[in-house]
Design a protein around this ligand. Structure first.
Ligand SMILES: [Zn+2]
Length: 272
């Protein structure tokens, strides 16, 4: 009788130790897996979005979406590296060559990608010398540039998500900050966000991981290109969100300024 009770206690101890060992093992394995990632990644929020969104509070101060700001910069030939690439706002991009999947000219012919104007800024990770470190921006937290309300997220598949935040300026006008090539979006449509709040991470595009960031005066791109302009004949993204590039047969209306895009870096620097 006593022998059997003793055996049962021993069995319980063994089972308990095995259980503890299992939990410890799982914990160590999880730590190991997390350690392999450059940053621990949050889950997507799961509650339902709510619309229409509330009026955003007035945004008095703006900041950069990737922080610290001096760890990220656009690619500029001769400054960020040797490639013939320029990913600043309003720049044309000779390195993109003759790829022509976006605009059509007046004859209906495709316009070479190198003639398009970049409508935002592509922020890459840079080292202390200001040189782009390929892939360094991958999974970097993306912060709301000012107080506002998240007004849409669009799943662009392999390109990551597009997120738009509406900001209300003190004069009552609205500007929109757009974040493209992001994933793990952390706020819902209709949800207020505050300046500096993490809203997503930079999507994994391998060496090309970067944040395409826009500041603009319009909500989406569905009606920015008037009839008869190149944009009305088709764009990179079928005008749905207006993200990316502008161009037109008439040079005076080719630049993104014409369509209500703003230079994001200049805008933040004048609203800090
Ligand atoms: Zn871009």
């Amino acid at each position: 009788m006593q022998k059997s009770s003793c055996g049962r206690t021993l069995l319980l101890i063994i089972v308990g130790l095995l259980g503890l060992g299992g939990i410890l093992g799982l914990y160590l394995w999880e730590s190991y897996i997390q350690g392999l990632l450059p940053r621990p990644l949050p889950a997507f929020p799961t509650t339902l979005p709510f619309t229409p969104w509330p009026t955003p509070p007035a945004a008095t101060t703006f900041d950069f979406p990737l922080l610290p700001a001096d760890h990220y910069a656009p690619y500029v030939q001769g400054i960020s590296g040797p490639l013939a690439v320029d990913t600043r706002y309003g720049a044309q991009n000779p390195a993109q060559g003759n790829r022509s999947n976006c605009f059509r000219d007046a004859n209906g012919d495709p316009v070479p990608f190198s003639q398009l104007y970049h409508a935002g800024v592509d922020l890459f990770g840079v080292n202390e010398a200001g040189q782009v470190v390929w892939g360094q921006a991958k999974h970097a937290p993306v912060h709301a540039v000012a107080d506002g309300v998240l007004v849409f997220t669009v799943n662009a598949g392999g390109e990551g998500y597009v997120v738009a935040i509406e900001h209300r300026l003190l004069d009552g006008s609205a500007v929109y900050s757009i974040y493209w090539h992001v994933s793990h979006v952390q706020a819902l449509e209709g949800q207020p966000v505050t300046r500096g709040q993490m809203i997503a991470v930079v999507h994994d595009l391998g060496a090309n991981s970067h944040l395409h960031w826009e500041m603009r005066t319009f909500y989406d791109g569905s009606d920015i290109f008037p009839a008869g302009t190149a944009g009305a004949r088709g764009t990179c993204n079928r005008q749905l969100i207006g993200v990316g590039y502008t161009w037109d047969d008439v040079p005076a209306r080719a630049h993104p300024d014409y369509y209500g895009y703003l230079d994001p870096i200049a805008f933040v620097e004048s609203h800090r």
